[in-house]
Write a protein of this length. Sequence first.
Length: 279
Amino acid sequence: MSKPNKGLSFAQGKVGWPFFGSELKRQREAVALTQQQLGERVYVSGTYIGQIEAAIRKPQLDLAQRIDSELGTDGLLARMCKELIDSSPHPAYFADAAALESEALTISEYAPTLVPGLLQTEEYVRALMAPAAALILDHDMDTWARARAARAALLDGPTRPVLWVVLHEAVLRIPVGGPEVMARELEHIAELVRRGRILVQVLPFAAGAHAASSGMFAVMTFDDAPPVAYSEGQHSGQLLDIPPLVAKYQRSYDLIRAAALSPEASLALIESAAEDFAP
C-alpha cells in the first residue's frame, strides 16, 4: 500500500486536482490544441479532457504521461498527477475511485467476501490489517483506519450518495476479528439499513453460480459526468470509464440484485447473523 506523501503543497486537500486541470488547460492552449484534438491524440474523448480541466474527472498516471508527450511538457503533468495520487491516504490503485465516491450520486456495489469499505467499523478495518501488521508501521495503520472512517462519513453528509450494496452471504459468515467484532460490524450495517441510510441485499449461498463470480466491483453515477465502474483484486484495482464496459458491469449488478434476497429478508438475515456472533 502507498504511504501518504508530504510533498508539494498543491497536493493537499481538494485544491490539487483543480490546479492540475487549470495547468492542463494552460499547457493545451499554449500549443493551440482544442480539447477534442488533444483527446484524439491521447486516445480519449474531448469531453473527457474538458472534465479533467474542470476537475470533474481525475486522470490516471498513464494518461498524464501521454498528455505530457503530446504537449511537450517534459513530464510536468505526470509528476503532478503522481504527487496527487501519492498524497492520498488510500492505496495508489484505489485513490482515484475513493475521490470519486464523494462526487457520486449513486454507488452500486457488490461485495463477495468482505464488508465494503464504506460500511466498515474501525475494529473491522484493524482486524483486516492485522495479518499484515508486521509490514505496516503504526502511523500507517492509523492513517488508513482514519481514511476508512472518512469514507464512511460520506453516508452522513447532506449530499451523501445513494448506496446500494449486494453482500454475498459469505460476508456475513467470515469472522473477521472474531465473533464480537463481527457482531458489532453486522449490527452497524443493520442500523444503517434501519435508519434508511443505505440499501442492502444479501445474495444467499443457495443462489449458486451468479453473474459476478469474478469478484468485487462497484458502479458510480454522477450528476455531470458519465458513470464509471471500479473492480478490485488482491493488491490491485482498476477504474473503468469505457461506456460499453461500464454498461456490462451495470447489467451484472442488475442480475445479482435480482437473484438476491429482498431488502426485508436481507435485513433479517444480517440481524440473525449478528445474533449468532454475539457473545
